[in-house]
Write a protein that binds this ligand. Structure first.
Ligand SMILES: [Zn+2]
Length: 103
């Protein structure tokens, strides 16, 4: 397994960790005293919540992929044991399941 890939995953992990921290601190920041502002902020929070969940899910996948790189099982579907395929990994380097199992 190439070191490049591991580096790529580690960079992604770092980037997403930072993003998650930023989102979390945005979510916990104080709300405005103005009611109209609060409504906007709350809508904004909903978007942030979605982003937070998405980012956390991606992070979990990346960490799983990193573990697979270390164990030498990277690129193998964790559900069916088949190869995930180079094309899919190129698009989604942190995919841990093949396209059939992911659907
Ligand atoms: Zn599969």
């Amino acid at each position: 397994m190439s070191e490049n890939l591991k580096q790529q995953l580690q960079l992604l992990e770092e980037e997403l960790s930072h993003r998650l921290e930023r989102i979390t601190s945005d979510l916990t920041s104080d709300h405005s005293a103005d009611f109209a502002e609060q409504v906007t902020e709350r809508e904004n929070d909903d978007v942030l919540h979605g982003l937070q969940l998405e980012t956390a899910a991606a992070l979990t996948q990346i960490r799983q992929a990193l573990r697979q790189v270390e164990e030498g099982t990277y690129g193998i579907c964790e559900s069916c044991g088949e190869e995930i395929g180079a094309e899919r990994l190129k698009v989604m380097p942190f995919a841990t399941r093949c396209i059939h199992c992911a659907e």
